[in-house]
Design a protein around this ligand. Structure first.
Ligand code: GTQ
Length: 355
């Protein structure tokens, strides 16, 4: 109930409530009772800021690894569910986050789906994600994409466990009721190209001439591997050349070379670098964002509430929550959000607040 109801005479109120009760079985409801909650003057996220320290999450994941195989599970993943969205499998209303484990010798069988996914490697080296039969061999803090409807399987020929963060648009696809998925009849896709081939063909401001057989990837989504060694060099070069932005620190977006836009249709990804001792001014934006600490330590202040940041910790910052970052040592963060979808829909906004 909002304020307007209380101004009516009790008698009128009783008649209205009786009318609502009569309408309800006809699936008809008065807008004026809910309008102010539906059309809010500013976003009121149902999600809540939350931090997952890495070590305990890793322990649970390894314990699950002793009890169920990747093959049995199809994907052996612990969902990072927002504590304010129980039962949703969502980290913010539009996005999903999970921690996936592949043990030595395991294969997570090949499938494809309309959801798009990114992987951000947290631990291990030498496991791969194969996208349409081409392996991206993964190292810590590499970003690997599996754009929607591309076949993908994961495998770990190394001798150590491999753990990465999965970021998907599962809740968005669910909202649109547009989920399709298929399993390949065999566990792994045939190897169609040598590992790293797409990175060499499409990752250097070049591409095979259009219309030739060498142009092997889908035109809108040519690149799917963004290695840590490459992105870190660019980020540190920027940090050496420029003063940090007061609200963001040094910030770089991952782009899709096909169009210069975000990496996937619904999900955008970016990096932050804060020099030791630097503190950002507060900023809020409408994109719900998941952060991963790649290097260093510090503090995130979300609406003034402190969350310590240590290497590999995960932090979710929902829409329109003011974020301030404070770097104790040099701090490097990876982030993904629903900004790509919001920009297409004309919804994205950000606000830089005074320090
Ligand atoms: O690796 O394909 O965390 O399909 C959730 C759904 C991972 C995957 C997840 C998936 C995958």
């Amino acid at each position: 109930m909002d304020g307007t109801a209380t101004r009516r005479t009790p008698a009128a109120g009783d008649h209205l409530r009786a009318l609502y009760a009569e309408m309800r079985p006809h699936s008809l409801h008065p807008l004026w009772e809910v309008l102010s909650a539906l059309v809010t003057p500013a976003p009121r996220s149902a999600a809540r800021p939350h931090r997952w320290p890495y070590a305990p999450a890793r322990d649970f994941l390894l314990r699950a690894g002793a009890l169920i195989s990747a093959e049995q599970a199809e994907r052996r993943v612990l969902i990072l569910e927002n504590p304010a969205l129980p039962g949703s499998s969502a980290v913010v209303p539009s996005l999903y986050a999970g921690l996936q484990l592949i043990l030595p010798g395991e294969v997570a069988p090949c499938h494809r789906h309309t959801q798009c996914a990114l992987r951000f490697v947290l631990e291990g080296e030498g496991a791969y994600t194969a996208v349409d039969g081409e392996k991206a061999v993964m190292r810590p803090f590499d970003l690997v994409l599996t754009p929607n409807w591309q076949w993908h399987d994961h495998g770990n020929p190394s001798d150590r466990p491999m753990i990465w963060l999965d970021g998907l648009d599962i809740p968005t696809v669910r909202f649109y009721e547009a989920s399709f998925a298929e399993r390949l009849e065999r566990p792994s896709h045939d190897e169609t190209l040598a590992p790293g081939d797409s990175l060499r063909r499409y990752g250097r401001n070049l591409r095979p001439m259009r219309g030739t057989a060498a142009d092997r990837r889908p035109p809108g989504q040519p690149l799917f591997h963004y290695p840590h060694a490459e992105w870190r060099e660019s980020l540190l070069a920027l940090a050496a050349a420029e003063a940090p932005d007061p609200h963001l620190g040094h910030a770089m977006e991952f782009v899709n070379p096909a169009d210069g836009g975000p990496v996937m249709p619904t999900i955008a990804a970016h990096l932050r670098h804060l020099p030791a001792g630097f503190e950002t001014a507060p900023r809020r934006s409408t994109d719900g964002t998941v952060f991963v600490v790649v290097e260093g330590s510090g503090t995130a202040l979300v609406e003034g509430e402190e969350h310590p940041l240590e290497e590999r910790d995960l932090l979710v910052v929902p829409s329109w929550h003011a974020l301030r970052l404070r770097a104790r040592t040099r701090l490097i963060l990876f982030a993904y959000s629903d900004r790509a979808a919001q920009e297409k829909l004309g919804l994205f906004r950000e606000q830089r607040l005074p320090a």
